[in-house]
Structures are given as structure tokens and as C-alpha cells.
Design a protein around this ligand. Structure first.
Ligand SMILES: C[S@@+](CC[C@H](N)C(=O)[O-])C[C@H]1O[C@@H](n2cnc3c(N)ncnc32)[C@H](O)[C@@H]1O
Length: 170
């Protein structure tokens, strides 16, 4: 069964049963209230259930700048045009340089082994990804240990991508 709902809607969350596996990749940091969303998903786990999550990595001031860029992009048409005027040439030049250095067409190869999105879709998806919150690995692990979840596996990044976690309900 497929159902659509808002993870911040308490009535919707309460109406759901518990699950052996709860999976959320790159979603909860875009809800506008990430910590409440994390609290809500934790209630959806049955005993010894697994929670698989991907959440944007906290990169300090870099994350704050990206948040500002995304906010500006989503605020108005003018903001979107201004951000595109800077980022589209940047992405094109970067890919041209990488194609020359690697002697491969970076545009054509982009995303083949990842999410399958084209370079431009991926960039627009990234720029438009607002609300945007971030968390460090430590913050997420501490948070869930206070909610009775033990960390089973972590795949951490050291860039603006997502840290991936598997937690088990004790
Ligand atoms: C970056 S996309 C998810 C990426 C996708 N999981 C993937 O693997 O490519 C973020 C998603 O979060 C969803 N989202 C944002 N706020 C939400 C909320 N309050 N409840 C449920 N989903 C929400 C949006 O609808 C959007 O589909």
C-alpha cells in the first residue's frame, strides 16, 4: 500500500502502525523542522525495527552559506535568476575543465553511478532544496540514543552530501 502524508502532521503519524523498517533518504532535513520529523519517525518503529536515514551533513559555515543560497533561490524569480546567473556558468566551466583533464565527457557520464539524474537536474534539485537543515553524525547518534535507538551502521561524508545511518530500536 502506498500512502502520502506529512511527517510533521501528528494526526497522520499517530494514525500509522509501527514498522520493521522505516526508510527515509534525503527527506527529513527538507521538512522545515528536522528534529521534530526525526522524533516522529522514531515513533513508527516496532521493537527491534530498523531506521535507515540519510541526512545532510553539517559543514558549519559552508552549510550556512548553502542555506542562504537555497533560500534566495526559492524566495522569488529574481532570486532564482541571480543564483542561476552565478551557478550555471560555474557548473558548466567546472565540467568543461574536468572533461578536458580527465579526457572524458563529464556531462554525459554525470550521475550514471549515483542517483541517475542529469547534471542540470541535480543542480536545480540541489539549489531548490529548501527548507534545508543539517546535522553532524554525533548530533544524530546522540539524539537517537536518547530515544532508545542504537546505531548499527554509519556511512559518513566529509562534504555537503548526506550521512547515512541505520539505527535499531532497543
Ligand atoms: C530531496 S527530495 C528526496 C530525495 C529522494 N528520496 C531521493 O532519493 O532522490 C525531498 C523530499 O522531501 C519531501 N518532504 C518535504 N517535507 C516533507 C514532509 N513534511 N513530510 C513528508 N515529506 C516531505 C518532499 O516532498 C521531497 O519529495
Amino acid at each position: 500500500m502506498v500512502e502520502r502524508g506529512d511527517i510533521l502532521d501528528q494526526d497522520f503519524v499517530r494514525s500509522l502502525p509501527t514498522f520493521d523498517v522505516v526508510y527515509s533518504w534525503g527527506v527529513l532535513h527538507h521538512t522545515g523542522d528536522m528534529w521534530q520529523a526525526l522524533r516522529n519517525v522514531a515513533t513508527l518503529l516496532s521493537d527491534r525495527g530498523r531506521l535507515c536515514l540519510a541526512l545532510s551533513n553539517d559543514q558549519g559555515w559552508r552549510s550556512k552559506i548553502w542555506r542562504l543560497v537555497k533560500r534566495c533561490y526559492c524566495a522569488s524569480t529574481l532570486g532564482k535568476c541571480a543564483i542561476c546567473a552565478v551557478f550555471i556558468p560555474y557548473v558548466v566551466i567546472r565540467c568543461c575543465c574536468s572533461s578536458v583533464v580527465r579526457r572524458r565527457n563529464t556531462f554525459a557520464e554525470y550521475g550514471k553511478n549515483t542517483r541517475g539524474m542529469s547534471l542540470f537536474y541535480d543542480w536545480f534539485d540541489w539549489l531548490g532544496g529548501y527548507p534545508y537543515e543539517v546535522a553532524s553524525v554525533g548530533e544524530v547518534v546522540d539524539f537517537f540514543s536518547r530515544h532508545g535507538l542504537r546505531v548499527e551502521k554509519i556511512k559518513a561524508v566529509n562534504n555537503h552530501g548526506c550521512n547515512e545511518f541505520t539505527f535499531v530500536k532497543q
